[in-house]
Design a protein around this ligand. Structure first.
Ligand code: FES
Length: 144
């Protein structure tokens, strides 16, 4: 049985480290990911409101897609007004769920009202708001 030469060990170690570094670089180049593994989305999305029946009434809430690293929910706040909120919990970045009167985090129990305000911690602050622009014909909403 032959013992590996010191140079062989160095070569193996070098190759191992090179492969690991290459894999890390490839993952970083793939666009990375957002909170809790959310894949990066586009800088803005346009949603057709009729695709989300919950938004047919004032007070309705619907999860509509992902903008950058944030899954987004839209709240209908009036006849022609909407609020777009990030669904990333402000505690430790879990993705919150839409519930009947707002949002609930499955990780540690934080809850938010339909305006994004914290109604039960440990979340330290309100949900982030995004810009929501209603089209002239009121059929689509662009969120950025
Ligand atoms: S991550 Fe939402 S309550 Fe902790």
């Amino acid at each position: 049985m032959t013992q590996p030469e010191p140079n062989d060990l160095n070569r193996r170690e070098f190759l191992s480290r090179t492969v690991l570094a290459g894999a890390a670089a490839m993952l970083a180049a793939c666009g990375g990911s957002g909170p809790t593994g959310v894949t990066n989305g586009p800088a803005s999305i346009t949603v057709t409101l009729s695709d989300f029946p919950a938004l047919g009434v004032v007070g309705g809430i619907a999860a509509v897609g992902t903008v950058r690293t944030s899954p987004v929910a839209v709240v209908r706040t009036g006849a022609t007004s909407y609020l777009a909120l990030s669904r990333v919990c402000t505690h430790q970045a879990c993705i919150i769920n839409v519930v009947s009167n707002g949002f609930a985090c499955p990780c540690h129990g934080s809850t938010y009202n339909s305006q994004g305000g914290v109604t039960n911690g440990p979340a330290p602050q309100a949900l982030a708001r995004l810009t929501a622009t209603l089209s002239a014909d009121s059929l689509t909403l662009t969120i950025s």
